[in-house]
Design a protein around this ligand. Sequence first.
Ligand SMILES: [Zn+2]
Ligand SMILES: [Zn+2]
Length: 928
Amino acid sequence: MELAKAYSHKEVEGKWYGHWVASGAFAPAGGTAPYFSVVIPPPNVTGSLHMGHALNNTLQDILCRYKRMDGYRVLWVPGTDHAGIATQNVVERRLAEQGLTRAEVGRAKFIERVWAWKEEAGNAILHQLKALGVSCDWQRERFTMDEGLSHAVREAFVRLWEDGLLYRAERLINWCPRCKTALADIEVVHEESDGQLWHIRYPLADDPSKALIVATTRPETMLGDTAVAVHPEDVRYHPFAGKKIRLPIAGRVIPLLADSYVDKEFGTGALKITPGHDFNDFEIGERFGLDKISIFDADAKIDAEAFLSRGERGEWLERYRGQDRFAARKLIVSELKEKGYLEKTEPYRNAVGHCYRCQTVVEPYLTPQWFVNIKPLAEPAMQVVRDGRIRIIPEGWSNSFFAWMENIKDWCISRQIWWGHQIPAWYCKSCDAADLVEAGGGEYRLGKEAHPIVARGAPESCPKCGGKELVQDPDVLDTWFSSGLWPFSTLGWPEQTEDLKAFYPTSTLVTGFDILFFWVARMIMMGLKFMGDVPFRDVYIHALVRDEQGQKMSKSKGNVIDPLDIMNQYGTDAFRFTLAAMAAMGRDIRLAEERIAGYQNFVNKLWNAARFVLMNQNNVALVAGRRDVRKPSVERGGGDILNDKDLNFADRWIRSRLATTIAQAREAVDGYRFNDYANLLYQFTWHEFCDWYIEMSKLALNGTVAGDANRSKRILVELLEHILLLLHPLMPFVTEEIWHVLGENHQSIMIHPYPRPEPAWVDEQTERQMEFLMGVVRAVRNLRAEMNCPPGKEVKAIFHGPEEDLMLLRSQEPYLRLLARVSAAEYAISGERPKGAATAVVGATEIYLPLGDLINLDEERARLRKEIRKFEEEFSRVQRKLENNDFISKAKEEVVRKEREKAGQYEEKLRTLNLSLARIEKAQSERS
Ligand SMILES: [Zn+2]
Ligand SMILES: [Zn+2]
């Protein structure tokens, strides 16, 4: 086997995933080693892979592959979330294309269609994840609505009920009139928008000539007003104490209340109170025992029946009956204006809540719902974070966590949709006859007084009357209820399975900050409640992937980068490496394609280095003979030949650097510093191994420096093996490919031990000496470049400096010749400065390159003068442009910025050219 001349990610990446799965390498090993377990944040079954998933799963895979190689029994559980409203919306849209609604199809048939859709089109995202190389155990794949997880959901619900942590009550909740369901507070997205503030006259009931002015952003809700409130200390309203008000249009007589919640500074200091459609008003209503009128139906249209059932009549009712809330607003405003109730209108900016799924304006709406009594669950969840039993990383996110948990409200878990876990509660048709209203299609609407019979399975009969006719609660549970159980339900809970015993609590959760509350907090509460232990030890919160300019990627902006396109173009390894290299803790990623292309070069660099190493194994009997039988060197304790005592200078140096790199790489992954992990391996591989060590090894291979050639070949193999192992968690495909070519009988690289640092390899003196040698080589190379000396031409060098430095240079002279084309060297501890030479200083050593040897001084002087003239002209042209106000004011910012950059570059170029010229002129004057 040999490596192809050029690396083809398409060929290589296509072939390994199937091997890994088939070999069972993704399943946890047996034995008694410590475990490392992770549950995937389940993507929505409707989803397709976006940058957020790519980052999230790359980081999880790095951890899992690293831990697996490091000897842990690793389990990574994959799966998807049924994503209630999101999935229901997808299937409803497909129905709409056939001209059908879900009501026409009926509940049972609709759910059948959702399952059919899931089988056909759902789970696409899991296939896309496989392209990313994720090492999940697919044998253990779960779905939040599979049989086992549905069982866990019912069990959890029943236990919460039995422990008094669930209740059903009529409360004001966030309602989406399009999705026709309740939403949790955190499913409401608040957006600032330009609205208006209407000032409306509310006349006194006993003297219509006198009136209070109330200010509101939602005049249509005045139909549901049941009071007006002022601040008790607001002296403007003291004369009105005890008065009643006649509500315009509806004519209802309502009280004037004093409540210190009212803000004296807002509007006129008089607040209309609508307990049926405003959360603050609801609380005031509770304090004063006010009526709560729900003026809208589920579609947010005026519900005339609500008024009729209160005994309210009037022709206004017919005018407003069935009007949509926004139409009603226009109608009310014009009626108020016409009848002289509208005092004034002013522009007003306020935050309006929108449904996070469909962006419809959310309506506070009074309905019976199921709630979790959350405080008793929240307190222990805060405690485990305070105690450090769960670490949130980066730590700053703990503050957000505490702030949210301290203000947590009871969790509304019922949703009025069909796709999800139907609530395991039943109602007796005879006992609850008054609260069961037939809603068609075998469905019932439940009144607020209905008495639930909560059970793990459908009860046979009513425990009160023995009646056999029972109706199940039509609502389903919030999607986050089932995903809150994910870390243990996926392991088999409530059964005490082997997996649950072996892998709970899980080790690390990797997630984005946007679901810290939706999901992470719920898992902590549920884990503590049902398992009596935390669901994970570490929560690593990663950043967002933005576009190059730092903007959020969005379809509307057209700046979305599709991970699959990127993987196709640059290769998965390059893409994964980019994500890791940019995943600095707490900092968003600005993804530029140039960076990915840059890391694609890195993959190629590794490939070419491997080719060099392999080519140097050929025709060597020793290596050829060993290749089939040998085990990778790292399995025999760090290395084989690398442990030799008498290595040469370059070998000792790279071995020392390797030991440090291994230690740092481990520390970086252990500390979730993925960017450090990637960057330090990049540095080591590209610069230290490829740029320096491989070059230097050529001298050992051809016998110029000490050490025998065969040993050098073996050292190259061992170094390459270490590099592949170190890089494997970041770049699984290319490392596996090279690994197999290195040893035909090798087993997959992913099950080999991760390199351990060998303290004995660290050799600080050699590292210092090598630093110095590299400094000298760089200095000579720079001088040669500045002098325009042809690359192949050899030069003479004179070194003045401390004896120790000179001895080193003398002993490593072959490297100087190879790396800096120094043909002959003179050494002196001190002495007269050689004339006519270019000079540089490294540490305490001065370097002189006699110029006359390198170049024709006259020709070079002429060339430099010509170059200088050219750049001076360019520079002044740009300068003129930048001093021209006309240009500055009219040109685009981007263009001006480019011109400024150019000016800077020309200035810098001129500086170095002038320096070179001065050096030549000085050399000439010294020679003459
Ligand atoms: Zn909605
Ligand atoms: Zn009954």
